[in-house]
Design a protein around this ligand. Structure first.
Ligand code: PLP
Length: 282
């Protein structure tokens, strides 16, 4: 089966899908994106993802390229044409194509790209858990906007892989863990307090994070939103990440040191089950 992409209003073969060399997303990372999970053919938390897309557009002073109804239709059409039951849909909006220059060009239309691909949930990894390392967070100070500028994230991810870990948790100037390279970071203290970073400019407010927070609150778990330090992470009873493709994945080692007994903890497992049921629900 050959894949199909949506590019500026047209469905085109994925292998020949193109944007112009002077697209501002390509030259300046002047664009934003969303990744939505597809589960049994439905979009998981579609509305929160589209709300975050609108927020990113607003913060970047980008006009919405199309209405929400046609956008939802195009996403579904890409999913259908690629026959994706379990996977992801990727949506990117850049400021458009113009002769290179920093100022916003006048009178250009944004570029819109939508792709979809099959991707099964990584159950083995969710079962076993992951090892992470900590690295300095060298990103800009508007991490709440989901821009396509992932330079620092890419470098950190590769550095983690090169060190034999799966990912990196990024440590800001104050010694606090902000988040992972493509996920939010959580710990459970020995006193069974669930902690994840405040949703401010220092992190991307993950849609999975918000869903899991709702579950934790509903279950009556003691839950605090605040930055936590690397030292706290190293002495945590449990740790995990949340993200569109990682769902709830246990973190079993940080900087080579086991978290708790080096296995996924009970609170992590409980939230994992709740999130899996949430993703499965149409
Ligand atoms: N933080 C960063 C830097 C991310 O790139 C992502 C997702 O790609 C997340 C957190 C998790 O967000 P979500 O749960 O919406 O996938």
């Amino acid at each position: 089966m050959s894949r199909v992409a949506y590019v500026n209003g047209r469905y085109v073969p994925h292998r020949s899908a193109r944007v112009h060399v002077e697209d501002r997303g390509y030259q300046f990372a002047d664009g934003i994106y969303e990744v939505v999970a597809v589960r049994h053919g439905h979009l998981v938390d579609e509305i929160p993802h589209l709300d975050r897309l609108d927020r990113s557009l607003g913060e970047m002073r980008l006009a919405a390229p199309m209405g929400r109804a046609p956008l939802r239709h195009a996403m579904r059409e890409v999913i259908r044409r690629n026959r994706v039951a379990d996977g992801i849909v990727y949506l990117q909006v850049s400021r458009g194509v113009a002769p290179r220059g920093h100022a916003f060009p006048k009178g250009i239309a944004p570029s819109v790209v939508i792709t979809a691909k099959r991707l099964a949930p990584n159950y083995a990894q969710m079962e076993k858990g992951i090892a992470i390392i900590t690295l300095p967070d060298i990103r800009w100070k508007r991490r709440d906007i989901k821009t396509v500028n992932l330079t620092a994230n890419v470098l950190a991810k590769q550095q983690a892989l090169d060190a034999g870990a799966y990912d990196a948790w990024l440590v800001d100037e104050d010694g606090m863990i902000s988040e992972g390279t493509a996920s939010n970071a959580w710990i459970v203290t020995k006193g069974r307090e669930l902690i994840t970073h405040t949703p401010d400019y220092r992190i991307l407010n993950g849609i999975t994070r918000v869903a899991v927070r709702g579950m934790a609150e509903k279950e009556g778990y003691t839950f605090v939103e605040r930055p936590f330090s690397k030292a706290e992470a190293l002495s945590a009873a449990e740790a995990f990440i949340t993200g569109t493709t990682s769902w709830v994945t246990p973190v079993i080692a940080i900087d080579g040191k086991p978290v708790g007994d080096g296995k996924a903890g009970p609170l992590t497992r409980a939230l994992q089950r709740l999130y899996a049921a949430h993703a499965d629900a149409p």
